[in-house]
Design a protein around this ligand. Structure first.
Ligand SMILES: Nc1ncnc2c1ncn2[C@@H]1O[C@H](COP(=O)(O)OP(=O)(O)OP(=O)(O)O)[C@@H](O)[C@H]1O
Length: 456
């Protein structure tokens, strides 16, 4: 019976999404009937299940609710024989999650949400001082227990691991309690679904769907700031779930009170649970992350050697975000395997020149002048001023030399910043220090110390 109805429904779907999409995604599914509000399907691969869930989930739910009013969610189980034809060549490139699904994904009920990245688990998350609190809170929530922190609000700068932690929570919850409906999506997807529901006059379905989840996870919530009706709907969804003691987990790139154009009542609701932040990484954490990622790279490039000091160098130099750090490592391995060399400092400089340049800290002329004046214990005004006595002239030349070495400023520009001196004076000063560096151990030492303090 259900099969016949599904057959009728398929024609409509085909008209709505077009024959190509239909043949690629819907036709390979086998409908397995309804059970306690769940419409069950067999999909030839996990990827097809995920893709349909993500892209056609709402549409399917809407249509299926015409057959069974009580249907609240979809479930896709993998049954390879379900494949009538699986023209995956025509499919978009699968995400890592879809390509290497965790075992749990096969049996988990899938609400239309974003797919989870299989690499973003707690096991792969390196814990250090800057993220230990956020990690501990995430773990506690993922363990399930009584809902204590609601919502859990995680925030941190770009590429510091918010999404990784969110996915890790979702994986862990799905593994511990497969019967839970854990819905993970970005705030942008929330808005998209909301707008689509408005357009299709399906707001009741939308509300019902979001209120039926056990755990709602919304990534990058700052996205809805300034989008009034989406905020409003988010607020109601949020309240309905928290009131039912359902766990809500939110992430953002900044703290609730720093998100502009967010309604005050939402802001205060977001602050009402536990707010934890991921601090910028420190050297030790970066090194730990690199060591873990090296192990993963070795699996792809067996036999590649990495010389001592390379990881330390990268952890020192690339302090912006972990994604950049990871990208650098991937590039290094790929490059080494292509040219058949071991990974040493030469190869690192060659293959990562652009990344290293971009991550160079911009040192300013002002900073150099201040540090040098401090070092030689003279007043800044004297170093820049006209006096030519040795006590001032030498530090001045040292500062000029460092400006030439550590900034990209031209000689005339440096001259201007040293009390309007001519570029030839700067050139002379720089040359003098180059000579002294070889002859005078004290100057060499001063230069090294200053360079290190300035680059720290
Ligand atoms: N502590 C960590 N251990 C292991 N990997 C990490 C850690 N922190 C970040 N990463 C990795 O860095 C990359 C970026 O992390 P993620 O996407 O979670 O950042 P984000 O904070 O969500 O950034 P965005 O603000 O751009 O969304 C991911 O590949 C993630 O696995």
């Amino acid at each position: 019976m259900a099969q016949d109805q599904w057959g009728d429904l398929q024609d409509g779907l085909c008209r709505t999404i077009g024959t190509n999409n239909y043949k690629t995604w819907i036709e390979p599914l086998r409908f397995d009937g309804f059970e306690a509000g769940v419409a069950k399907f067999k999909a030839p691969t996990n990827f097809v299940g995920n893709y349909v869930s993500q892209n056609y989930g709402d549409l399917l739910l809407t249509r299926l609710s015409e057959l069974d009013k009580g249907v609240r969610r979809l479930q896709f189980r993998v049954a390879p024989q379900a494949a009538v034809s699986t023209p995956l060549d025509a499919a978009p490139k699968p995400t890592a999650a879809a390509a290497e699904p965790k075992a749990e994904a096969n049996s988990a009920d899938i609400l239309p949400g974003a797919p989870l990245d299989a690499r973003f688990t707690f096991d792969n998350f390196v814990v250090g001082k800057p993220n230990e609190l956020a990690h501990a809170a995430a773990r506690r929530v993922a363990e399930g227990g009584p809902v204590t922190f609601n919502p859990l609000f995680l925030y941190g700068g770009v590429g510091l691991g918010k999404t990784h932690l969110m996915h890790a929570i979702a994986w862990e919850m799905r593994a511990r309690k497969p019967e839970l409906n854990v819905l993970y999506l970005s705030a942008e997807q929330f808005m998209y679904r909301f707008v689509q529901a408005l357009r299709d006059r399906r707001m009741m379905d939308f509300k019902q769907l979001f209120r039926s989840v056990d755990v709602l996870m919304v990534d990058d919530v700052q996205f809805i700031a300034g989008k009034d009706s989406t905020q409003e709907e988010f607020f109601h969804t949020f309240n309905a779930l928290v009131d039912q003691n359902k766990q809500v987990i939110i992430s953002a790139d900044r703290a609730p009170d720093e998100i502009k154009d967010l309604e005050n009542r939402i802001r205060s609701r977001l602050q009402s649970g536990l707010v934890v932040d991921l601090h910028p990484t420190d050297y030790e954490l970066r090194l730990g992350i690199l060591q873990t990622k090296v192990d993963a790279q070795r699996a792809h490039f067996p036999g590649l050697e990495i010389e001592n000091g390379v990881l330390e160098f990268l952890a020192h130099r690339i302090s912006t975000n972990v994604r950049v750090l990871e990208g650098a490592l991937t590039r290094l391995f790929a490059f080494a395997s292509l040219v058949g060399r071991r990974i040493d400092m030469d190869l690192t400089y060659e293959s990562l020149a652009d990344v290293l340049r971009a991550s160079e800290r911009k040192i300013s002329i002002d900073e150099i002048q201040r540090k040098v004046a401090e070092h030689y214990n003279i007043r800044l005004a004297d170093m820049i001023g006209p006096k030519r006595v040795r006590n001032f002239a030498r530090p001045r030349q040292v500062a000029m030399y460092l400006c030439k070495q550590l900034t990209s400023r031209s000689l005339p520009e440096i001259g201007r910043r040293f009390g309007g001196r001519d570029h030839t004076t700067v050139m002379h000063g720089v040359r003098r220090i180059e000579e002294l560096k070889i002859q005078d151990g004290q100057i060499a030492e001063d230069l090294e110390l200053l360079r290190r303090t300035l680059e720290a």
